[in-house]
Design a protein around this ligand. Sequence first.
Ligand SMILES: Nc1ncnc2c1ncn2[C@@H]1O[C@H](COP(=O)(O)OP(=O)(O)O)[C@@H](O)[C@H]1O
Ligand SMILES: [Mg+2]
Length: 287
Amino acid sequence: MLWVEKYRPKKLEDVVISKKLLDDILKWAREWDSHRKPLLLAGPPGTGKTSLALALASSLGWGTVELNASDQRSWPVISRIVGEGVFNETLSDEGEFLSSLEGKRKVIILDEVDNLHKKEDAGGEGALLKIIRKKPLQPMILIANDLFALSRDLRNHCKVVNFRRVDYRSIVKVLQRICKLEGIRAEKDALVLIAKNSAGDLRAAINDLQAAAEGKKKLTVEDVATTIRTQQTDIFKVIQKVFKSFDPEVYSMAMLLDETPDNIIWWVSENLPLEYEGDDLLKASLV
Ligand SMILES: Nc1ncnc2c1ncn2[C@@H]1O[C@H](COP(=O)(O)OP(=O)(O)O)[C@@H](O)[C@H]1O
Ligand SMILES: [Mg+2]
């Protein structure tokens, strides 16, 4: 099982987030009946946006419907939820209407809102705005990596909360807790190396920890350095092929790598011309 799922925070207290942001979000939730604005969580991947949305819903006793904005199948569900419905109607986990006796409040968690088309066609940003202007009958939490890919109009109709990259010290604490629960004795520097290498992406850090430590009793700096180097070599291999080939298969290979497109682009720009550097590079990142 993936540790990112195994250790996804269940409770609000377990989400690493500043008190200020959490207070803003709790206020939004408390006052939802009076404003009925969507909450818009924006920020880089792996910083806890989805986890926060789920933990918040669970702490309030709200059900959840998780949908992806770029998936066309989401839209009939969304418009049913906010559309012609009678006030008392609530939803099942599959997005079906229930009578108010059977149902409870459900929050729609709509991911990848920054991947919407700008046109006002079914599923575009315009369609979402229309829905929001009608004051949805259920709370909505919109999630986007890039706030500025959204129109100002959409932003202005939401309560915006900006997530930041997670501080490496907080990442180390999360990694230490996981090691403890997995029965792994980890050198502090090994965890610091993972944390700094993750650039504030806690999902990436936990994935790296699992790659380096799963099944081990002990985790050293060398274990981590080796894991990172192997990953980098894998990425180099793909990049090398990409630049030497017009074979479409290579592009799907790039997709198979456990990297976000952003990261792949970053790697491409960082590593042209290809340069292999040794352990010194890894050691330097510990300073
Ligand atoms: N702020 C955070 N606090 C606790 N765990 C986090 C946090 N951010 C990321 N994680 C870990 O990374 C995984 C992915 O986080 P997620 O909430 O899906 O990030 P996002 O939605 O911002 O991409 C979670 O399952 C959890 O294990
Ligand atoms: Mg997410």
